[in-house]
Design a protein around this ligand. Structure first.
Ligand code: NAD
Ligand code: UFG
Length: 339
């Protein structure tokens, strides 16, 4: 497939890797990002990896004039919509900012797409919409019960997209529910660059291994799991973005509303992740068991069958690769893009 793809949030962690996968697949890429949680350096480095720097527009998805200008300058075939705020704890403290950015921002984007006649959309949703699942693995038809404002913004946007597609059956919309993206491009030049204190496990482990933090705090060892620590479905970011290229191809071929998990189908505990990272990096990752983190669940992993059936996509990189690639990025860029 070819054509121009608008990538909102394309300077961010997943978006920058998606730019590389899209350019490698032959697409022209335009990125719209307000850089609220990212650096334009990531896009320059995408250019070094694939030989083409994505065109960059610094702007906000809530800025209708900015979006109209992008759509009038480019014949956009499809939009990959990554832009948004994503920290669960912050969303509890700042719910209005989350509803404004994630929900209102998506509405403005949809309106601008409709005006421009762009009808193909891939949306970044999250496994967080499932809340605490009754059983695992999690299928797409499971009950949705998000437990944070962040999760509720994702469910709301999913609902808006479903209503919009009913009203506009010639649109094609794919709602991708990601499990736990980790890892980095194997070249080690782009990766996850969290601002301040990392909320997520993998960047925290990487910062401990590189010596920026003394130890990891493991949030609880009394869950009903094999070793008592939380179990998640970690997916390599390169697998995740290859899944987006497949989803893009799929939405460009047919109309409809599609909802698809992107995960591996494997659960990994916190202690298993620590051991795998120590093996990959050759560094010790000291840790201390502390109380459970409020709102955490014991176990979460995907049933990835639908992605295999509809998209002919499945994750192929294993836990060792996730850790090796994270480590290569972290060791070469100890302070992220500011290094
Ligand atoms: P990220 O913060 O690295 O990337 C998001 C990008 O969007 C950033 O570059 C940020 O500057 C930009 N942005 C934020 N608000 C914007 C706005 N109003 N206008 C324009 N740009 C804006 O996050 P990520 O990890 O790459 O996540 C990408 C998407 O995937 C998000 O929608 C997130 O909710 C979703 N998601 C992420 C995870 C995860 O664990 N990383 C899991 C599930 C879903
Ligand atoms: N954990 C620790 N110590 C830490 C960080 C995490 O022990 O410093 C544990 C957690 O308790 C959990 C596991 O590591 O058991 C994974 O935690 P993360 O914060 O990395 O990931 P979550 O599954 O809690 O949430 C992430 C994103 C959400 C997203 C969800 C599903 O933060 O936004 O994955 O995609 F919705």
């Amino acid at each position: 497939m070819t054509g121009t793809v608008l990538v909102t949030g394309g300077a961010g962690y997943i978006g920058s890797h998606a730019c590389v996968a899209l350019i490698d697949a032959g697409y022209d890429v335009v990125v719209l990002d307000n850089l609220s949680n990212s650096s334009a350096v990531a896009l320059e480095r995408c250019g070094s990896i694939c030989g083409t720097v994505p065109e960059f527009v610094q702007g906000d998805i809530r800025d209708r004039q900015c979006l109209d200008a992008v759509f009038s300058r480019h014949t956009v075939r499809a939009v990959l919509h990554f832009a948004g705020l994503k920290a669960v704890g912050e969303s509890v403290a700042m719910p209005l900012e989350y509803y404004d950015c994630n929900v209102s921002g998506s509405l403005v984007l949809l309106e601008a797409m409709a005006k421009a006649g762009v009808k193909n959309l891939v949306f970044s949703s999250s496994a967080t919409v499932y809340g605490d699942p009754a059983t695992v693995p999690i299928r797409e038809d499971f009950n949705l019960a998000p437990t944070s404002p962040y999760g509720r913004t994702k469910r709301m946007v999913e609902d808006i997209l479903a209503d919009w597609q009913v009203a506009n059956p010639d649109w094609s919309i794919c709602r991708l529910r990601y499990f736990n993206p980790v890892g980095a491009h194997p070249g080690g030049t782009i990766g996850e660059d969290p601002q301040g204190h990392p909320n997520n496990l993998m960047p925290f482990i990487a910062q401990v291994a590189v010596g920026q933090r003394d130890k990891l705090f493991v949030f609880g060892d009394d869950y009903a799991t094999s070793d008592g620590t939380g179990v998640r479905d970690y997916i390599h970011v390169m697998d995740l973005v290859e899944g987006h290229v497949s989803a893009l191809d799929y939405v460009c071929r047919q109309t409809g509303l599609h909802t698809i998990n992107l995960g591996t189908g494997n659960g990994v505990s916190v202690l298993e992740m620590i051991s795998a990272f120590e093996r990959a990096s050759g560094k010790a990752v000291p840790y201390e068991i502390v109380a459970r983190r409020p709102g955490d669940i014991a176990t979460c992993w995907a049933d990835p069958t639908l992605a295999q059936t509809l998209l002919q996509w499945r994750a192929s990189r294993d836990l060792a690769q996730m850790c090796q690639d994270t480590w290569r990025w972290q060791a070469s860029n100890p302070r992220g893009y500011a290094s």
